[in-house]
Design a protein. Structure first.
Length: 286
């Protein structure tokens, strides 16, 4: 199986985080809609806050799911927010969207109102002190409001375990090397957020893991997603990989070469995401 690609390249840089976030939104749109549809809400939210919104994957899924709601999107990256604004205008939902640039590790938060629903997808593990942020979100929510935390339970894989033929198991070794690099910087990535939500004063109202398995054959978006993801893994793991593994990884990334992942008919997107729904409990009067 051969994919056509507009540029044959052996380059491993120049692919922005905005690109992979946009691809993530495109490729996993159906699964994201399943998560927003599952949320155990007692009433339709009128005000939603998206914490660490990125380029808007969750933002637009929530605006689609709750057409009467207004949403405040918060991120620290001006590039993410610029891209988010462009997409909101193109979708003609900018009148329902308030964009706020803020670093939620800062103790002084901007005014975010009193939302009925707060959403944080793959953003809590970036916080320097996530326990403090969880408590702030608890106090921000309206009584009875819901906090949805989405975390990658399994980072994307694309190859069978016995691939590539010259270096079987390459992908798992690359992930292990990248995890070693990231573990000190992002110790909460892949965490079980349930106990931390409870410690912050929330009542857990549900937990669900969504498993994704999408055939990559003939799917241009999944091909671009695989290339972007593997390039980022290479950037993190290159120094820790043996020369033969690095050469095999470069072969997968060389879209003009015979070993390109885009030329394989057995590659697929496999990942898992877990969502925790936690409620700010209504306190009865003394």
């Amino acid at each position: 199986m051969t994919h056509t690609h507009p540029h044959s390249t052996h380059d491993h840089g120049g692919h922005s985080q905005e690109e992979i976030l946009d691809l993530d939104a495109d490729v996993l749109a159906e699964h994201l809609a399943a998560i927003t549809g599952w949320l155990p809400l007692t009433t339709e939210p009128r005000h939603i806050v998206d914490v660490g919104c990125g380029t808007g994957a969750g933002t637009f899924a929530l605006l689609d799911r709750f057409p009467e709601a207004r949403l405040t999107a918060v991120d620290t990256s001006p590039e993410h927010l610029r891209r988010l604004r462009e997409k909101a205008c193109a979708r003609k939902v900018d009148d329902r969207l308030n964009i706020v640039r803020a670093d939620l590790d800062d103790p002084d938060w901007p005014e975010l109102g009193t939302p009925d629903l707060v959403w944080a997808s793959a953003s809590m593990h970036h916080m320097a002190d996530p326990a403090r942020v969880l408590r702030r979100v608890h106090d921000l929510l309206a009584p009875g409001g819901l906090f949805a935390v989405v975390e990658l339970a399994r980072f994307p894989r694309f190859l069978p375990a016995d691939a590539p033929e010259e270096r079987p198991g390459l992908e798992e070794r690359c992930h292990a090397a990248a995890e070693h690099v990231h573990s000190g910087r992002l110790p909460h990535r892949g965490a079980d957020w349930g106990p931390m939500l409870t410690d912050a004063g929330f009542a857990l109202d549900g937990e669900r893991t969504v498993t994704v398995h999408l055939d990559g054959s003939g799917d241009e978006a999944i091909g671009r997603y695989a290339l972007s993801a593997l390039r980022r893994i290479r950037g993190a793991a290159a120094q820790a990989l043996p020369a033969d593994d690095l050469a095999a990884l470069d072969g997968l990334l060389d879209t003009g070469g015979p070993h390109s992942i885009l030329r394989r008919d057995d590659f697929a997107l496999r990942t898992e995401r877990t969502v925790w729904a936690a409620r700010r409990v209504l306190r009865s009067a003394p």
